[in-house]
Structures are given as C-alpha cells and as structure tokens.
Design a binder for this molecule. Structure first.
Ligand code: 9GP
Length: 831
C-alpha cells in the first residue's frame, strides 16, 4: 500500500467517474480517440458502443474497488457461488440502468450523433451458459449485489460460449461463438495465476510427526489465470466480482527444454492442449455426456476457485475451525462437486488437519442446489477416468464413502440393500461416481428449485438420504428472476407506466409492491396505455421476425410463444402437433367459420444440443410446417408459424414483452422450475402450462382464473407410462389425424419425421404427448375464446403482473442468505 506521506497526492488524482452528460461525452470521446485510436471521421456504432462501454466500465471499476476493500476490512462471512455457467447477456444496458445513468447516456450519445438503441445492440451477448441454469446464476449475481451481500461468483472463461444457431433450409446449423474480440467488461489478472495439477500418482509418506500423509506427484500442470468481471447492484454502489478462470500452459522449464531442443511443435502442442480446457462450453442442457475434457474443466475451475478462497481466508490468520463462519460455498448443480473433495484434500493433505475435523468443516461450508431429477442429466463419472485424471481425489471419495456407508450400516442394520442404493460408487461396469450423492453427503443443505421439484427429490432420487439425515437437510428455494433486466430493461415502457402509477421505481427492489396495481383495474386510461405498450412490443417483434425470417406477421393476431432449449421433455413437439391440428381445422372450415376464428402467430425459438437428433427433428418439423402454412393463401393471417433463429438473452428481451400467451408445457414432474414462465407473466402475458415446476406456484399466486392449465398430473405420470409399456396405449383421435397429414407428405418428405412420430405411436410415448393432446387442444380453444374479450384479457394480465412479487430473485437470494448461507449484507455506506 502507498505510504502515508504520499496518500494525499494519490487522493487528489483518484478518479470519481462521470455523473453528467458533459462528463459522459468527454469520457466516451476520450476512449474513442485514445483507447481505440479512432476519430470523428471513422467512428461507427461499434466504436461508439466501445467508447460508451469503456466510460461506464471506468465508473464500475471505481465502485468495484471500493466494494472489495470494504468487504476485506469488514471481514464478514462471504458467499462464493460456483457455477459452470453464467448466461449474462449484454452488460452495457444493464450497467447504465443499475447505476442510474441511462438517460444521461441517451442524451450524450444523441449529441454525439448516435441512437442509444443502435449503440446498445452492438454488444455481443456474453453467452456462457445453455439455458435456465446459467441465466439463474446471472440473475443471482444481480440480486446478491443489489442486496449488498458480500458475494463472489466463480466460473470458467470459455473462449467459445454457446454456439450460434442458424436455420438453413429448415435445419439447425451450429456456428462457433467467438465472443472475446472486444470485451471491455473483463479484467485479466495475470498476477493471479494458480497451478492446477492433473494425472500423476499418489504415494504415502510418514512425516516428522509420525503421521502417514498422501503426496500427489507427477502428471501435468496447467495454469489458471483469473479474469474479473464487475457486477453492479441496482441502486447501490455495491459492485461484486465474478471471477472467471482461463487455462494456459504452465511456464514450466519443460516447455522451454522442448522448445530449445527444436521440438517446436510439441511445445506448441502442450500449450494448445492446456488452452483447450477453457476453450468451449459444452452445449448440452439437462444432459450429461461424461467426457474427460468436461471433468478436466470441472476440476480446473474448482481447484482454482478453492485455492483462491482458502488463500483469502488464510490472510485473516484465523484457525480453520472458523472457516465455515467466514465462507459459504454454494454449488449450482453437481458440476462443482469436486470442490468438496478438493477442500478436504487441502485441509488434510496440505494444512495437516485430522480427517474428521476437516470433513466437519467441509460439510458446514458447502450447500448444494439440485436442478433436475431427470436421470439423463444426473452426473456420474467413470471410476477409471477419475482414477487416471485425479488419483488422490478418487481415494478421498472412497474414504468419504466408506465412512458414510459404515454409519448407514450401523444405523439401519436391517436394510441391507440400502448400502448399494446410497453408495457414492455405483457398482456398474465400469464403476461410476454418483456426483449428486457426493454433493448431498458433503453439504449441510440441499435444495430443490420449486416446491413440486423439492418434494419430488425427497421421494425419488434422495429418498434414502431423507431417511438417513432426516428431512431438515432438504429444503426448497423457489427460483426467481431479476426484475431489473426482465422488466425494467426488457420492457422500459411498461416499467415506466407502472412507476407512474406506483409513485416511483421502488417495485424494482421490492417486487411485492406491484400488488398496488390491482387498484387501477378500473382506470381506463391506464389500461389503454398498457394495451398500447403491449401492441408496440408486438410491432417490435414483428419487425424482428420480418427482418430475420422474411415472414410478415400481423401484430393484431394473438402471439403464442414457446422459446427455450429444445427438449422432448419440454414438449415443443406437442406444440407443433397442436399447430398442425389447428391448420387442418382451418382448412376444413367454411368462410363463415373462419371469420370467427382468432388469428394466431405461433412463435418458436431455442437451440438443440448439436448431438440431440430428436430435438433437431422437432426444429425441422416446425420449420417445414411454417413453410407450408405461411405460404397457404387460403389461411392468410389466420395462422403463421415462425422459428426465431439463435434464441439468446438479448433476443429474449425482445420476445418476452411481446407475448399474449406463452407455452410452459413440460410433462408433469420433469421441469424442475422453469424461469421463463416468470418472465412472461411479469411482462403482461398469460401462460398455458402443465402442473409442473414453478407453474404451480405461479398459479397459486395469480389464481387459476389467470392461467390456462392442462394435462396429467405428476402423480399420475408413472402409472400412465407403465400402462403404455404394458399394452394399453391409445392414440388420441385428433393426433392420429395429424400424423396422417404428416405421413401424406403434407410438410415434405415424411420419412424425416418418422422417428419423431414413432416415438409417440410405437415407442411408449414417454413424454405423454398423446395422453395430454386432447386437453391441450381444448385449452387452446379456451385461450382463443378468452382473447376475444380484450377487456377481460387485459384485466387478467394486469392482475397477474400485480401478483408476481414473489418471483423476484431478490426474494430467492434472501432465502438462501437466511436459511442456507447464514450471511449478512454489508452496508455500502460503511467505511
Ligand atoms: O431444467 C431446469 C429448469 O427447470 C430450471 O429452471 C433451471 C434453473 O433452476 O435449471 C434447469 N436444470 C438444468 O439445466 C440442469 O440441471
């Protein structure tokens, strides 16, 4: 630190960040002319974006530094949020709104010759995530900063985020997403580099105290380099840190030896191999593929993060027994479970603690959020793979398992099968490490992400663990979304209208305040304005659809939207089969009947994992149906079907505010929570959905009058599947008509869709498409009917928004902080 005598000079020059339009322009132009070496004569929108982003970045950095200092001095407990995915989207708009200077920027940019919307849209999405899980992590970062919690995020700095999707001739094509050409939001910390070891062997040694210790030797070392991203809270100066690790070849002599001896290629090869670790995000949502590189990514990130956390704790000179009083580590799904093993290794092998003391510290530190019960998404790692890559960690896992099983055997001597059911090691060939069990055993709390899901985990995958530990270890924290991005940023006009009625923007930090909107249900002017905003949002989306797909859609039609990852369990196939049914019905109607029909636009969007053939077939069916329907003059505006390419966070900001109805129609019991359901309702759209995930709590809050529910219940799903398997499958009559149309080549060569159709007709219909088809169709008829009465529809929308207060991610973070992490906020005014 700077000596006392020089601090005055330092303070005189320290930077405070702009607050006025004049200062903003000054900073922006300075960055464009110096940092970017551009001028008045060659400043395009991208350069304007870069200049403005750098100006805002400077502001964030100042508060970020202060926040970090404050947190260090306060020495309170911090939470570390470990997530392999952070789906952040764009940062500039968010930064402008969170620091309250968007109007200043708008005016400043205008004076410099730019429209703020054009500047904002230059930014490349930070797309380091697949879907709901990664976006949840991003919402949580926003809430943790807004609520002033001392919190850090830890993740991987992928060079390639989720691929970009192009639709070519009705098929998905994947394009790599290289997003780091210009990223003003990250700070490389070349001084913070951690050596990460892989492979090698373990040997035992007796140390000076006569204790047997494990030494992990050999193998290879890869460097983890920290890149920091400031996370500004809304309406507070708290600016937290997201630390992303990037892999790099270690500067060991080894490389230089190869290099000097002329083996240039091998030396470069080592470097490339090291850099591969953080190169790509695995593009699978709710699917585990068990690839070695993925395990390497997981360990690399966990080990670097743990090293950093322990180093920070050790600076306080406190004994390790106090570690859980200063550190809470939240595992976002099982992906960071190796962090549990790594902390045990650090405490026992490096810090010399006794096994049981170390293990108590570990359990008190970690908590685990489960995000799925679907078997294909539950992570398992092969024992031989782990033995090779992380030999010491496998030993630790075996030891943890042995002690756990001894306890289980002693406590439940009569249930001998229990041991194999709960063992961390699955006795298959090859043996597998069950990561969800390891995460459960190594944590003090386990939570699901919506009520139904939290109940289901207790009766299915963790049933035995509830018996072993008692029910208190398991809890529920229903997911939430940040109203800053998903209302204020995505739908500024609606946010402004709400603020005008509620007397300010307090609802953005206390979303329950929205309930006052119910007082305005008779206010005709307010309702007209609300309706006009929805219409404008639909016009904006219609323009986007026209520009990107060439299809003209009528904004007066009912917009029916399903945007999310493509997955059989999310049932986009049910949606498109329903659309075909609608098309066939229109074709069979006489002109009088057609006149009475509510025109519709069915909008789809979402990525399929590149290797998920069935999901890609669903996309192809949607596009093929669109091709036929949109060109059928007979149908005209009564039905249009569009596929919005490359669905991502910034597209969601255009799509979500434009919906009349959106679809959340997973087979009951499969969608852990869903979060887009919350976004759509908060933006004044109604939803059609199954009794699944957070739909159930949304219904409870907004009432059954304001949601269109259909389909079988989770408790009946098993029986129905069982019945299908044993011969009582009955194909719904309307659905049979739809399949006949497909088979008649109405949407092109039917053989391309046969696997999809057969999965329903011949292979057990695992996702209950046929069982739910009739109630789905009938419920859509109710939607059409309800939409005809625009006054009643509008009141449903406003009432629903008014009752969405519960679904703020602030409420969610508050619950984690109080029930699980046991942390306190840090007042930003304290020094
Ligand atoms: O599928 C769930 C989704 O329902 C939930 O909203 C999200 C956030 O909790 O997590 C998803 N799970 C995964 O992506 C993988 O476990």
């Amino acid at each position: 630190s700077i000596p006392e005598g020089q601090r005055e000079a330092w303070k005189k020059h320290s930077i405070h960040g702009f607050t006025t339009k004049e200062q903003f322009e000054n900073e922006t132009v300075r960055h464009i002319e110096t940092t970017l070496a551009r001028s008045l004569f060659n400043c395009d929108e991208l350069a304007a974006y870069s200049g403005a982003a750098l100006a805002f970045r400077d502001r964030l950095v100042i508060e970020w530094n202060k926040t970090q200092q404050r947190q260090t001095f306060a020495d309170q407990k911090r939470v570390y949020y470990l997530s392999l995915e952070f789906l952040m989207g764009r940062a500039l708009d968010n930064a402008m709104l969170n620091v309250g200077l968007k109007d200043v920027a708008r005016d400043g940019l205008k004076e410099l010759g730019f429209r703020i919307e054009d500047v904002i849209s230059q930014e490349h999405d930070a797309a380091l995530g697949n879907g709901g899980l990664g976006r949840l992590a991003a919402c949580f970062l926003d809430s943790m900063a807004t609520l002033n919690y001392p919190a850090w995020g830890y993740g991987l700095r992928y060079r390639y985020g989720i691929f970009k999707q192009e639709i070519v001739d009705g098929y998905q094509v994947e394009i790599p997403d290289y997003w780091l050409d210009f990223n003003p939001w990250e700070f490389p910390r070349h001084d913070i580099t951690v050596d990460i070891q892989f492979y090698g062997y373990v040997r035992k040694e007796i140390n000076e105290d006569g204790k047997t210790v494990a030494i992990w030797e050999g193998g290879e070392i890869v460097d983890a380099v920290a890149f920091d991203v400031p996370i500004p809270g809304y309406g507070t100066s708290t600016t937290n840190n997201l630390r992303l690790w990037s892999s790099k070849a270690s500067k060991g002599e080894f490389d230089f030896q190869k290099f000097n001896s002329g083996d240039y290629e091998a030396s470069v090869g080592d470097q490339q191999r090291a850099e591969t670790i953080s190169a790509v995000l695995y593009p699978n949502d709710n699917l585990d593929r068990g690839k070695e590189l993925r395990l390497k990514q997981q360990y690399f990130w966990c080990a670097a993060s743990l090293y950093d956390i322990v180093r920070r704790f050790k600076k306080s000179k406190k004994p390790f027994s106090q570690f859980p009083e200063k550190v809470a580590i939240q595992l976002n799904d099982t992906h960071p479970t190796l962090a549990i093993v790594e902390l045990q290794r650090i405490l026992v092998d490096i810090e010399g603690l006794e096994w049981s003391e170390a293990w108590s510290i570990v359990q008190a530190t970690f908590s685990y959020a489960n995000h799925t019960v679907m078997p294909e998404a539950l992570e398992k790692w092969s024992v031989p793979l782990m033995q090779n890559l992380l030999p010491r960690h496998l030993q630790i896992i075996y030891e943890v398992n042995m002690q756990f099983l001894q306890y289980v055997e002693k406590t439940f001597p009569k249930d001998r099968d229990m041991l194999s059911r709960v063992s961390i090691i699955e006795e298959s060939n090859p043996k597998m490490v069950r990561m969800a069990y390891l995460a459960t055993i190594g944590s003090h709390k386990v939570n699901g992400v919506a009520e139904l899901h939290s109940d289901l985990i207790k009766t299915t995958i963790f049933k035995d663990f509830v018996t072993i530990y008692g029910p208190d270890k398991f809890t529920n924290v229903t997911n939430g979304i940040t109203p800053r991005r998903w209302l204020h940023q995505a739908n500024p006009k609606l946010s402004e209208l709400i603020a005008s009625k509620l007397g300010g923007y307090d609802f953005l930090t206390d979303l329950t305040k929205l309930n006052k909107l119910e007082n305005f249900l008779d206010d005709e002017k307010f309702k007209k304005e609300w309706q006009a905003i929805k219409y404008d949002n639909k016009v904006r989306l219609a323009r986007h659809i026209k520009e990107t797909t060439g299809v003209t859609v009528n904004p007066k039609a009912l917009f029916d939207i399903q945007v999310k990852r493509i997955h059989e369990y999310k049932r986009q196939q049910l949606n498109i089969l329903g659309v075909i049914h609608r098309y066939l019905s229109i074709k069979a109607m006489n002109p009088e009947e057609r006149k009475k029909l509510q025109p519709r636009v069915s909008i789809f969007g979402g990525k399929a994992a590149p290797g998920y053939w069935m999901a890609k077939t669903i996309i192809h069916l949607v596009c093929s149906v669109g091709e036929v329907v949109n060109n059928d003059k007979d149908v005209g505006d009564l039905l249009k079907v569009v596929y919005v390419e490359d669905y991502n966070v910034s597209k969601a900001e255009i799509i979500v505010p434009a919906s009349d109805i959106s679809e959340h129609i997973s087979t009951a019991g499969t969608e852990a929570s869903g979060t887009s359901n919350m976004k759509f309702v908060l933006n004044g759209g109604l939803i059609i959905g199954t009794c699944d995930g957070a739909n159930i709590e949304i219904t409870r809050e907004i009432s059954t009058d304001n949601i269109f529910l259909f389909g079988n219940l989770a408790e009946d799903v098993e029986d129905l599947r069982h019945a299908h398997t044993y011969g009582s499958f009955r194909l719904d009559a309307d659905l049979a008509r739809v399949f006949s149309a497909i088979k008649s080549n109405m949407f092109g060569d039917a053989s391309r869709f046969s696997a999809l159709c057969n999965s329903i007709t011949d292979h057990g219909d695992y996702y209950l498409v046929s069982d739910d088809f009739n109630s789905y169709i009938k419920t859509h008829e109710l939607v059409d009917e309800a939409y005809k009465d625009q006054t009643a529809w509008l009141e449903k929308c406003i009432t629903s928004v008014a009752r969405m207060g519960f679904f703020s991610s602030d409420r969610c973070i508050q619950e984690y902080a109080d029930m699980i992490w046991n942390i306190e906020p840090l007042d930003p005014e304290s020094s």
